[in-house]
Design a protein around this ligand. Structure first.
Ligand code: 5GP
Ligand code: MN
Length: 324
């Protein structure tokens, strides 16, 4: 599928549903809200849905107040899935939407994308789904107003951790520059998405760093429900910042944070240095992501999951792969 087909499809539709992935990050919300605002500017009334509603730290994004927590019981001509590499990752909203929509469009940038939906606009070379959207809007000749520029830049900044990932190209910087020209506030977006944090994050880091281990070039940390309770926290927030800190350790090639979600389920965040690809391990575990940043949620006790996953990571860390 190409962008002109996408443009014609959306311009010809009236009932449009937009979904993204569960536990949405800056690129998920950025791409969801950017497409919402763009379609609104074109006279449409799309319905963006996120299971459980908007995450608090992204509510500053203009247009995010349109996001609802559940799919309204209507028929939809089109459902667009943004930043989700597989159908399951679109959660309840995606499941409900698939039953109600005639056509599903899959817009994404994950190399592990399964190719679901009737139409795919997947570009694994893009740093974020918002970069994919920018390329598409530009190809269509759709002008980008400030209300679209802000969420697009949010996705660009968060998925590249402030333009620091190895996939950032001169093109990415040109896109960022164009978005800043269109009125997106770069400093504000950095502050709100990457820099400011509540004190509870420091407490969570303290609990996790106590468990930090480095073995065979794999650095790992563990967040158990018990550890979080002792730290006075109901849940672990911002494991993303923590894993970014761990992979910055010189001796490490691969980093993992194991977070106990329930007594029988562990969420794993993975990062790697360029030349070491963790996406295959994540995919094998039922998750997905990128070469340098991926994740999965795995059934089992903390001990079982670590015994299974750490040897897989050590294998990855042993030698450089030419393809990554
Ligand atoms: P994080 O460590 O920040 O939670 O996740 C890093 C990246 O891994 C995400 O941007 C996403 O691409 C991918 N990822 C994390 N968890 C999952 C998962 O459960 N399933 C899939 N398909 N991808 C995941
Ligand atoms: Mn993304």
């Amino acid at each position: 599928m190409n962008w002109s087909e996408f443009g014609a499809l959306l311009d010809g539709a009236t009932r449009i549903l937009l979904v993204t992935h569960v536990k949405p990050d800056g690129d998920a919300i950025g791409s969801l809200v950017a497409l919402t605002n763009m379609l609104r500017a074109r006279g449409k009334a799309p319905i963006p849905v996120v299971d459980g509603g908007m995450p608090e730290f992204l509510k500053f994004v203009p247009g995010s107040e349109q996001v609802v927590g559940q799919v309204p019981a209507l028929d939809y001509e089109v459902m667009v899935s943004l930043d989700a590499s597989d159908e399951e990752r679109t959660g309840e909203a995606g499941k409900e939407g698939r039953g109600r929509a005639w056509k599903v469009v899959n817009i994404d940038h994950h190399p592990t994308n399964t190719g679901f939906g009737e139409m795919q606009l997947v570009d694994a070379a893009a740093v974020s789904t918002t970069e994919v959207l920018w390329n598409g809007f530009t190809a269509l000749g759709w002008a980008i107003p400030e209300a679209v520029a802000v969420p697009l830049l949010v996705g660009l900044v968060t998925d590249t951790i402030g333009f620091r990932t190895s996939n950032v190209t001169p093109h990415t910087l040109r896109v960022a520059s164009a978005l800043a020209e269109a009125g997106a506030p770069l400093y504000d977006i950095f502050q709100k998405t990457l820099i400011s944090m509540p004190f509870s994050t420091v407490q969570m880091w303290r609990s996790a760093l106590e468990t930090a281990e480095l073995k065979d070039r794999v650095i790992s940390a563990t967040l158990t429900l018990d550890g979080l309770r002792k730290a006075g926290l109901s849940q672990a927030s911002d494991a993303g910042g923590l894993i970014g800190f761990l992979i910055s350790v010189n001796e490490a090639r691969v980093a993992a944070v194991f977070k106990e979600v329930t007594a029988g389920s562990v969420e794993i965040s993975l990062r790697s240095k360029p030349g070491y690809d963790v996406s295959g391990v994540a995919f094998e575990l039922g998750g997905g992501g990128h070469k340098q940043a991926s994740g999965a949620t795995v059934a089992g006790t903390m001990e079982e999951v670590q015994q299974r996953v750490l040897p897989m990571l050590r294998r990855i860390a042993r030698r450089k792969s030419s393809a990554s």
